[in-house]
Design a protein around this ligand. Structure first.
Ligand code: GUN
Length: 299
């Protein structure tokens, strides 16, 4: 008898859609409870310019808000908007007691200083968790509004990886939106954390030591099996649109799913992995923001 050796994918596919649906059910219940106290959580989403991907993300956020009973307001501006006008809009939203969460979709046109905009949003309405007060609070382990994507990644890791304590987590990427807050969250979950970036030496060799590997580099399919320890949990934060030879396009992550799924224990697909969790966490953050403002009002 002859045996044919074939490579079979062995990794568990981490179903972000399913996990997000569970989270959204909980959020919808919390929204109901707030409504019983006379508060309808409200999320204001500001979209500047005509970046196609941003339009898709904002549409998904607004649709999900409606699904869980969160009121939403969409404010659209053309790409010529001035920084002063955007700051004035944020000021109005900060002072509107009916608005609990403010999200300014990034990236912004180049004439607008992103950091000035992020700092202008009231920290209790900052549902992205990007304000320096929230970013600093996260580093110090305070109960603050936490960036949605890293929070979604952590929830998936806890669901599929159990207790993370003592595990070696490697985060590839050091952005303020994902890499840095992700490293803080993993540290609070008692992981040993390594952050890799474009200047890291021997990055693949360091990544191969990870029990948990988070890829947030923005490079299509850069992380192949040679970066992954057998049995690792792999979370792919990347969403990259690539063009096929026939001119059509498709979405791929930062991880080469086909090769990595032969060695990893579990892996998130793109789409359908981290993306739905990011949006579900945004809804959860909007509820948290409404609760924080309720507490603040009660003194
Ligand atoms: N652009 C890409 N990701 C994000 C995000 O999480 N929040 C905002 N505001 N803009 C983004």
């Amino acid at each position: 008898m002859t045996t044919t050796l074939t490579s079979q994918p062995i990794a568990i596919n981490i179903d972000g859609k399913k996990s997000a649906a569970k989270l959204l059910e909980n959020t919808a219940q919390e929204v109901c409870q707030l409504k019983q106290q006379g508060i309808t959580p409200c999320l204001a989403v500001v979209l500047v310019g005509d970046d196609a991907a941003s339009h898709v993300y904002v549409r998904n956020k607004l649709r999900t808000a409606e699904q869980v009973g969160i009121k939403s307001i969409e404010l659209r501006f053309d790409a010529q908007l001035t920084e002063a006008r955007l700051l004035a809009t944020i000021d109005e939203l900060n002072n509107d007691p009916a608005v609990h969460g403010i999200l300014v979709q990034l990236p912004l046109p180049q004439q607008i200083n992103e950091s000035a905009i992020v700092r202008a949003i009231s920290p209790v309405k900052d549902v992205d968790g990007f304000h320096p007060q929230n970013a600093g609070g996260l580093v110090q382990g305070q109960r603050v509004i936490t960036p949605c994507t890293p929070l979604g990644c952590l929830l998936l890791l806890q669901e599929y990886g159990g207790d993370l304590s003592g595990k070696h987590a490697v985060v590839i990427g050091r952005s303020n939106i994902v890499g840095k807050p992700m490293a803080s969250l993993l540290l609070h979950a008692h992981c040993s954390v390594t952050t890799l970036h474009s200047r890291s030496r021997d990055a693949a060799q360091l990544a191969r030591q990870a029990d948990i590997l988070i890829a947030a580099v923005g490079q299509p399919q850069m992380i192949d099996a040679s970066w992954v320890k057998p049995g690792a949990l792999v979370i792919d934060v990347g969403i990259n649109r690539v063009t096929r030879p026939d001119g059509s396009t498709r979405l791929v992550g930062d991880v080469d799913y086909d090769s990595v799924s032969l060695v990893a224990k579990a892996i998130t697909p793109v789409p359908g992995g981290v993306g739905p969790m990011t949006i579900a966490c945004l809804m959860q953050n909007t509820v948290l923001a409404a609760e924080l403002q309720l507490q603040q009002a009660a003194g």
